[in-house]
Every structure is written in C-alpha cells, then in structure tokens.
Design a protein around this ligand. Structure first.
Ligand code: CTP
Ligand code: CA
Length: 493
C-alpha cells in the first residue's frame, strides 16, 4: 500500500507539473495573441494636395494620413510644401494664359514625392483667395481666364483633379479655424477651442466660437459645424482689402490725397526715400478715394519713423463711425465679444516673428516697435543684408498695422493681448485654411463621434492576463482539495 501511495503521489505531481506548464503556456499564448493582434501593420499612407493661390504667392501643400484610418482625428498631417516661384496667380492678369505654367515645377515635385501607385487616387484642389476676388471685381473675364489656365495644368497632372475655384472669405475664415483646432486635437475632445486670426496680403480673417445669437444678429457671419458629435457655432468674418499689402495702399492713398510731390510717412524708417507712381497706389479696387487731380505721375515717399504717429495714420483706414448691430469691429461689421484663446498665423506670424514681438505684453510690444521704427533705414539695411528690401522697408508699417488691427479693429486689450499666440505651424503642419478645406471636402471629419472599444488596448490585455491567472489558480485549488480526500479513503481501507 505504501508503494501504491507513492505511485499515486508521483502521478499527482506529474499532473500538477503538466497542468502548470500547460497553464503558463496558455497564458503566454493568450497575451501574445492579444498584443500582436493590435500591432499596426506596415504603415501605408494616402495623400491629398491643396494649392493655396494667395494674393502674394501660391503654395502647394501635400498631406498624408494612414491608409486604414481615414476618419481618425489628428492623423492627417502636412508632409511637404512647395512655394511657387513668382507672384500670386492674380498677377498674371496681363498674360492670363501663363498663370498655369508657373505651377508646373511644384506639381512635378509633388509627383516625385507621392508614390506612383497612389497618384490616381490623390485628390487635388486649388483654392484662390483675396487676390483673385479683387481681380474678379475688376474684370471677371480676366479672372476666368486665369482659372482656366491653372485648371488646364492641374487636369494634365496624374492626380485626381477636383476643381479650382475662388473660395469665399467665409470659407477661408472657417476652414482656418478647423485647421487650427484639428491640429491641436481640440475637436475630438470636445473641450474648448481656439479662435483663428489669418492675415494675408489682400484680406484678413477672424473666426472664433461665439454663442448662437450670431446667426440671429448677422447671418452672414455665422457658420455651424457638427464635428465628432459636437456642435460649434462660429463667428467668422473676412475683411477684403485689409490684408497687409492692400492696407498699405489704403494708408498711402490717405496720405497722398493732397497730391503733393512728397509724403512724409511715419510708418517708414528715417532716411527712407523712394519714388512711387500714383498708379501703383491707386490701381487697386480697394482704394476708394480717387487719385488726386494732379499732373505729376509720382511722389517721393519719405520715412519719418514714428510708430505712434503711424498708428494714427493706420487707424484712419478703418471706419468706426457707425454700427447697426449691438457691437461692431469696424466698417459696420458685426463682431460679438471676443472669446479666447486665439492663434494668429500667416503674415501675423511673419511680421511679429521678424520684429521679435511674438511674446510679451501689448505695452512692451508698442515700446519695442517705437524703437524699431525710429531706427535709420541705412542701419536696418546693414543689419539685414539678406532680407529683400521691399519686405524690410515695410515691417515698421506692418507691425503698426497689426497692433492697430488687433486693438482698434478687433478690440483686443492689454488684458486679452496675451490670449493671442503667434504661430506658424502646429505639430509640423502649417496653420491656414488649406487643411480644413481638404478635410471638409473629403469628409474626413465625421459629424458623429466614432464608436470606440470600451477599454483601451493596454487595459484589455491586462484584464485578459489577470482573468487567465485567476482561472489557472482556481484550477490549481481544485486539484489541491481533491487529492487529500482520495488519499485518506485509501488509507482507511
Ligand atoms: N516671410 C514672409 C512671407 C510673406 N510675407 C508677406 O506676408 C504677406 C501675406 O502673405 P500670405 O499670408 O502668404 O498672403 P497671401 O496668402 O498671398 O494673401 P491672401 O491670403 O490675402 O490671398 C504678404 O504681404 C507677403 O509679402 C512676409 O512679410 N514675410
Ligand atoms: Ca492667405
């Protein structure tokens, strides 16, 4: 009976070892499967191209996103941008047929960057902004010819051409807002959003979430979006002619009304002196005031370098005289109370970054600008030999214009000034309307929140591991309690 007992014990030990080994193998296999199952496969990408045909230049943006996750927020990003040589497409009004040719080298670059197999399914859009809006106002036939010319070139590319059009100021403002909030991952979370401030050469846009009254008070400034299951009521406005190049023309037109042979301009550095033609100032449809009735064709533009006087000059290009709404920004345009924070991009960034004014209080920005504007033109040129003279000469004006637009125009104060962040890129993608425009046209932001599994992946694997461990332990306990009873019975016999 003793050998019987030892035999039984040995068999029992063998069973325990086999069960332990099998149990551990099963747990390891289970967890490995759970981990591997969700491991991303070799990443494949899809692509989209948007051409931003601005008033001062055209840029080609290439976006990419993981092929199997079309609807996932934050997944679309800019992989490349190409700056088209020369001025914006609206400047080809003299030879409209040549507008398309200017895009060719950037389009070739896009062909070489996007994998061949994806070319035919890559959507391609062109959106033109304020420069083309102004050309259309002046001469619709010329603006049509420019669009046909770019269309011809884009159609002949291997990509899936989706159209070239002049987008509205409302779209430009609203999609800039979508871009900024998509890139900062604020949409899916449903948390607070960021307003968007865009300054171009010919127009400027302001967009922020306001309450639903906007639609009642001024329907043309209201845009609603339903994104990831959240409703957003946006206020947006685009001021045509208030981009920084057109604003400079407005300011110069104000100062040349007397028709004098020279103008002492506080917005340019002391020692700056350039001959300008009256035509170059008054040729834009933005300049309402007529060209003064003088026989001379040009005037001498002389700098006086005084930022506070410049702000007074600039303030005169806004009309604050009347408002038929509860409140206005300027030019009789409705604007609800500001709701921050704000991201200010494109020329807001270029200019403020150049002037080192991207941080600090409104007062310190004013002081710094005052010092910068008063510096002699020769000194400024010496300090920045590689900046184009045309750009360099205008930074004092542009800085003063931006301060005046944001404070006198949009009503930012010393307190709310710090709500504004001057930005160029967010997570590697340029801030601007193009990304939002593409996301919208490709339906890449769903109206409803996508269904997500109740547990995150790590939680799921951990839970699975502990449940298997528990089962294994229970099995082990069963064996342990079964054995002694059978043994004692044998002993009694
Ligand atoms: N490094 C740079 C790049 C551009 N600019 C100027 O910034 C202004 C606006 O540029 P941008 O935002 O590119 O305007 P566009 O998109 O061309 O114009 P719009 O949006 O009005 O059509 C232009 O006067 C341009 O000359 C600048 O000062 N410094
Ligand atoms: Ca622009």
């Amino acid at each position: 009976t003793r050998s019987q007992r030892t035999k039984g014990k040995n068999a029992w030990y063998k069973a325990v070892i086999i069960i332990t080994v099998l149990g551990i193998t099963a747990i390891v296999a289970l967890v490995t499967t759970a981990v591997l199952q969700n491991k991303p496969l070799l990443q494949k990408y899809k692509y989209g191209i948007v051409l931003d045909a601005g008033s001062s230049h055209t840029a080609v943006y290439i976006y990419e996103w993981p092929a199997e996750k079309d609807n996932d927020t934050g997944r679309v990003q800019q992989t490349h941008s190409c700056k088209v040589q020369g001025a914006g497409i609206s400047s080809y009004s003299v030879f409209p047929g040549q507008a398309g040719a200017s895009l060719k080298s950037c389009m070739k670059e896009a062909e070489s960057l996007i994998p061949l197999s994806r070319h035919h399914e890559t959507p391609l859009y062109l959106g033109a902004t304020a420069g083309m809006r102004l050309l259309r106002m002046e001469n619709q036939s010329l603006s049509d010819q420019v669009l046909w010319s770019v269309e011809e070139v884009l159609r002949s590319s291997p990509f899936s051409y989706q159209g070239a059009r002049i987008i509205t100021g409302q779209e430009e403002g609203a999609f800039g807002w979508v871009t900024v909030n998509y890139l900062s991952d604020r949409l899916k979370q449903g948390s607070g959003t960021t307003g968007a401030l865009d300054l171009g050469g010919a127009s400027t846009q302001i967009s922020f979430v306001a309450n639903q009254d906007v639609a009642e008070e001024s329907a043309e400034n209201a845009v609603t979006f339903r994104l990831y299951g959240n409703d957003y009521f946006l206020y947006t406005h685009s001021f045509l002619c208030y981009g920084k190049d057109q604003a400079l023309k407005l300011a110069l037109a104000q100062q040349t009304q007397s028709g004098d042979s020279s103008v002492l301009d506080p917005c340019f550095h002391p020692g700056y002196s350039v001959d300008r033609s009256y035509f170059s100032v008054y040729s834009s449809p933005c300049v309402m005031a007529g060209k003064p009735l003088v026989s001379r064709d040009s005037f001498t533009h002389v700098g006086a370098g005084n930022a506070s006087l410049c702000q007074e000059v600039v303030r005169r290009i806004f009309n604050f005289s009347s408002c038929s709404f509860s409140r206005c920004s300027f030019n009789r345009v409705y604007q609800p109370p500001l709701q921050g924070p704000f991201g200010a991009f494109s020329a807001f960034y270029f200019v403020m970054n150049f002037l080192n004014l991207t941080s600090g209080s409104l007062e310190s920005s004013r002081e710094k600008l005052e010092r910068y504007c008063s510096r002699p033109w020769t000194q400024i040129k010496q300090q920045h030999p590689d900046v184009k003279e045309k750009y360099l000469a205008e930074y004092c004006f542009s800085g003063s214009y931006i301060l005046s637009l944001l404070t006198d125009g949009y009503n930012f104060t010393s307190d709310t000034w710090t709500d504004i962040t001057f930005i160029k890129k967010i997570s590697g993608s340029d801030a601007g309307w193009t990304l939002g425009y593409m996301l919208n046209l490709t339906n890449m932001i769903p109206a409803e929140a996508p269904d997500t599994p109740p547990l995150p992946h790590v939680g799921y694997v951990t839970l699975l591991f502990f449940i298997s461990l528990l089962l294994f332990f229970l099995l082990f306990l069963c064996f342990r309690f079964l054995r002694p009873r059978r043994n004692s019975q044998t002993q009694m016999i």
